[in-house]
Write a protein that binds this ligand. Structure first.
Ligand SMILES: Nc1nc2c(ncn2[C@@H]2O[C@H](COP(=O)(O)OP(=O)(O)O)[C@@H](O)[C@H]2O)c(=O)[nH]1
Ligand SMILES: [Mg+2]
Ligand SMILES: [Zn+2]
Length: 309
């Protein structure tokens, strides 16, 4: 993945945190360099591979002069409706859910769809398994995810076994932890990356109500292999959506049945002879996932009509 002509005297680096026009870059020798972005056009996210030059003005600082092509890019739709990069060069998405805050499986579905569209491996982590009622609240949906082929892991910061299985799953890849605010992404990061607590403190700030919340994504190297990005918690997430007709490709159990629908262009909404709708009636596709798919189709149609206007 080399760029056509590297800027002379620039050095290779990896963005491990970024905030506005500032980024933390890890250089080839492992040192951390605080960098600014050169010019107005450049934008970086966590995971980006960059070229940078050291600046003599401030000790240990530099300027990013080039962003290398991205092997993958996870993006979201901002509140203004614009696509916004979240993290680059990922290989795996880890969707974290928990009994508290109240789980939003529609959100989990949208993350998994984003992974399908971005070409990432994906798994589901049910955290806070030590809490009362966790099994009752989560097991049904988790069994559904497992049935359609997603690896499901149960973790808790209090129980080592689950974290060990997750550590194994992360080895060798570049993974991002995503999910609602408060499900325990940063706590899992702390359990997985020894001695990281100080760095986590650096990127957290006390909110009005005194709670700490991660405000920017940060990338960590796992001693056991692989890299992990802890992302800011969200209240809601939607990936940039494909055309309505392509939304089904984000739902692997739906796309697997689509070939057997009567109409080639079936959208699995109210069409006759729809194999997906029939499978939902038989319980082979869960009603909840089908509803989640249909809601995303509606959103994709709304977006498409907004663009046309
Ligand atoms: N009981 C329990 N609490 C947890 C666990 N993991 C995280 N928490 C708590 O959940 C809250 C949110 O955790 P945090 O890691 O900041 O979540 P994030 O917003 O997803 O990064 C904190 O008060 C944690 O102490 C867990 O496995 N069990
Ligand atoms: Mg966090
Ligand atoms: Zn159909």
């Amino acid at each position: 993945m080399h760029s056509s002509k590297p800027v002379p005297s620039s050095l290779a680096g990896r963005v491990v945190a970024s905030h506005g026009r500032d980024a933390t870059v890890v250089a080839a020798d492992g040192s951390r360099v605080h960098c600014r972005l050169q010019g107005r056009r450049l934008a970086v996210v966590c995971g980006d591979r960059v070229r940078w030059q050291s600046t003599s003005t401030e000790g240990g600082s530099g300027v990013i002069v080039e962003v290398l092509p991205r092997a993958s890019l996870l993006a979201r739709i901002s509140s203004r409706g614009d696509p916004e990069p979240v993290a680059a060069n990922l290989t795996q998405l880890v969707a974290v859910v928990a009994v508290a805050p109240a789980p939003d499986f529609g959100l989990c579905d949208r993350y998994l769809a984003a992974a399908e569209w971005t070409g990432l491996d994906a798994c589901v982590v049910a955290n806070k398994c030590d809490l009362d009622g966790a099994a009752e609240a989560l097991d049904g949906a988790l069994a559904d995810y497992a049935r359609i082929g997603y690896r499901v892991l149960r973790t808790s910061k209090r129980l080592a076994g689950g974290v060990d299985a997750l550590r194994e799953r992360l080895a060798g890849g570049v993974s991002v932890l995503v999910g609602q605010s408060g499900v325990g992404k940063s706590s899992l990061t702390n359990a997985l990356v020894p001695g990281v607590a100080a760095v986590v403190d650096e990127i957290t700030r006390a909110t009005e109500n005194g709670r700490h919340t991660t405000t920017t994504a940060a990338l960590y190297t796992l001693p056991s292999g692989g890299e992990l990005i802890d992302s800011p918690g969200v209240r809601d997430f939607s990936p940039p959506l494909p055309a309505p007709r392509e939304v089904a490709s984000g739902y692997r159990e739906i796309v697997a049945l689509a070939a057997d629908c009567r109409f080639r262009d079936c959208m699995h909404l109210r069409e006759t002879g729809c194999r997906v709708t029939a499978a939902a009636a038989e319980g082979a596709v869960t009603a909840r996932r089908l509803e989640s798919y249909r809601r995303l189709v509606a959103l994709a149609e709304e977006m498409a009509s907004r663009v046309r206007r």
